[in-house]
Design a protein. Structure first.
Length: 73
């Protein structure tokens, strides 16, 4: 049995919330080896049950930057 097969076999026996933990762990290992992998705001909030749309993000940006005039930059 290969390592991949052993991991998959054990992973299938875990409940979904533990599978999610394994996924996060694997992603953290991947991110440590590749600094160019960046998660979007939507990706960062995916496991929190927060559903952000592009419009939500655009509105937040307008609210945050709307108080500044072009001359401030």
């Amino acid at each position: 049995m290969t390592i991949e097969q052993a991991i998959l076999e054990n992973l299938r026996e875990l409940p979904p919330e533990k599978q999610q933990e394994v996924l996060h762990f694997v992603q953290s290992l991947t991110n440590k080896t590749s600094l160019t992998n960046r998660r979007s705001i939507k990706g960062l909030c995916a496991d929190l049950g927060v559903h952000l749309t592009k419009e939500d993000i655009d509105e937040a940006r307008r609210e945050m930057w709307g108080k500044f005039s072009r001359e401030d930059f």
